[in-house]
Design a protein around this ligand. Sequence first.
Ligand code: NDP
Length: 312
Amino acid sequence: MALSVPKAMSGTIAERPGGFETLKWRTDLAVPELDYGEILIKNEYIGVNYIDIYFRSGIYSTGSPFPILLGREGAGVVAAVHPSVRGFAVGDRGISTEQAAASLLQGLTAWTFIREVARITREVPAGQGPWVLVHAAAGGTGLLLVQLLAALGAKVIGTASTPAKTKLASDNGAQWVINSSTEDVVAKVKEITEGHGADVIFDGVGAATLKADFELIANNGSLISFGNASGPPDLQNLPRTTKRVKISRPTLMTYIGTKAARVKYVQEMFDFIKDGKLKIAIHDVYPLKEAGRAHADLESRKTTGKLLLKVD
Ligand code: NDP
């Protein structure tokens, strides 16, 4: 069943690998046809993520040749349902579509990596959990990580590059925040942890932080290298260390690959939001047409929290 679904839709494509100037606004993109088990959503809000930049620049491949349609996260209203699908109806929607689009990809990343990669599986009294370092703690994923980790009782240290960003990370649950532009991150982590080091590191910055991670990690520590904001880390030439270090390079999709896992983690995360335990900070809402400006802002480290595109 469907309600007046148009044949064409608007969106931003990347014509070829490169900078944000390769993005083109189009109004003649084909609306997908439903296949077995699928529903069609008319997006109201679309999340902007660093992975969009990797797909656009070509450091990751979507699996399709250029030109490619960008965007991996959205929320809106169900516009059509394939007859094979049960449990969805035209007109359905979830929590506020703005909150949903702003929390899905980064929130599920933070929550599944805490549970399944860091293996922090139970809540302990505040400050009794492990020492956890979160790089780019005022970013979209970083702000969600610090809130969830603090709620589980971890001792959370964040890094951020400006005073405004360090304040935001601190306001969201990081007990210590290091200004990565002006302070020596390795020395500060050693000082804060009294020589112990970080038991867990969440590193979405990549190339610029890998060496320091090996210096500040605790023996038996877990380095979760999950992004490339400063460029891909050189994992072929890891720094030498006498410590026992576990290094992971996880991707979200492998933790939400089954329907059961998706339902469980989305439900848990939406419950945190509904209970007010997880606050979603929105940096800005851009018109859908201005995806290029959103990319430029994200890449230039100007932003904190989540960037959204609004569909008219
Ligand atoms: P953010 O909002 O965190 O933006 C990136 C931040 O990285 C910047 O704000 C900046 O914070 C920091 N940064 C440090 N060095 C640089 C640099 N040279 N250029 C740009 N930024 C830099 O983005 P997201 O939350 O969307 O993503 C964060 C990371 O998480 C990304 O690496 C992304 O790929 C990764 N990710 C991975 C997933 C996975 O499945 N593996 C899923 C989701 C996200 P500051 O100025 O404070 O240093």
